[in-house]
Design a binder for this molecule. Sequence first.
Ligand code: C5P
Length: 301
Amino acid sequence: MNAVTVRVPAKVNVQLAVGGRRPDGFHDLASVFLAVGLYDRVTATAAGELRVTAEGRDVAGIPLDGSNLAVRAAVALAARHGIEPKVRLHIEKDIPVAGGMAGGSADAAGALLACDALWGLGSSRDELLALCAELGSDVPFSLLGGAALGVGRGEVLTGLEVGGAFHWVFAVADAGLSTPAVYAECDRLRRAAGGGDSVSDVPEPVVDPALVAALRDGDPYALAGVLANDLQAAAVSLRPGLAATLASGREAGALASLVSGSGPTCAFLAPDADSAGKIAATLGGGARVAPSPAPGATLLP
Ligand code: C5P
């Protein structure tokens, strides 16, 4: 085998409960991830040295050096096995860059799976998940897909049952938001409101049982009533125009809207697939339709 392609989904957090800032700078989370059908593809090809290229949406925003998360994934996997990371990685981008949909994490999970197959390493899923967690808080979920509760900094996953399809529309912003900046703004808003921002000041984040039930029942109306993102106020504070975007989705017929992860992508939950298409057409401006749940990182034949 001298080339392997892996397809990896984007995610939306249908609940993102953010606890206080920990001594290590991360925040404890109760994060309910749902994988959605927007995909990046990562192809790993045998090569004399490590190289990364990218094509597709917003590729100008992707670093093509050692800071690229897919490159870091290949380097980490090779180091774990004491081999040289001799591979060309090619990323076909369709997930918004810096959009709060785990696009970079998807590429890392894709590169891990693709390199593992290319190099014939046969790593177990648990070994790959452990490497994913070292690479970033959202990377394990990109590998797993489906729906899952993430605790810790989001990397400790328990799969959740999803009883039917949920249909989404995503309004993708022209410019991304930095995840650390959004968490820092969340902390600043907490301090400005008179509360502290550390783990001793903020209640422990907990998953909403009604949200788990809505997913299990495949009920978009119930899910619409319980969507929640503690980073939303911070994202809107940094990008005030998002308030109007969130309202426009509801006016176009969405059951509910929320910022996806740390934003700035806005997610609109539709009652069904037809309505999702109509909402996207009403919103215009490149709004994207995607069903969920979507499978995790998958080797393509
Ligand atoms: O884990 P990842 O590298 O994706 O995190 C990026 C940044 O997002 C972290 O450096 C941190 O600022 C913030 N973050 C956080 N708490 C989390 C996850 C991410 O504060 N649970």
